[in-house]
Design a protein around this ligand. Structure first.
Ligand SMILES: [Zn+2]
Length: 64
């Protein structure tokens, strides 16, 4: 928990709220794809080792 505060990262397994860095909207976690989906931006943020990569540059366009 101390490490999380230092890194400024909230792990999904702990149920912390993670918001889209672009629109600050809510994200939906897709367990099968290990991605956090922002429906507003149609972007999917990858999750690596339970740590969401909240970088717009790393996000994938979903276009659904
Ligand atoms: Zn968004």
């Amino acid at each position: 928990m101390i490490l999380d505060s230092i890194l400024g990262i909230t792990t999904i397994s702990r149920g912390g709220n993670v918001n889209c860095p672009k629109c600050k909207g809510e994200l939906e976690y897709k367990t099968e794809d290990e991605e956090l989906i922002c429906h507003k931006c149609s972007l999917a943020y990858p999750v690596k080792d339970d740590i969401p990569v909240m970088l717009i540059d790393e996000a994938r366009k979903t276009d659904d």
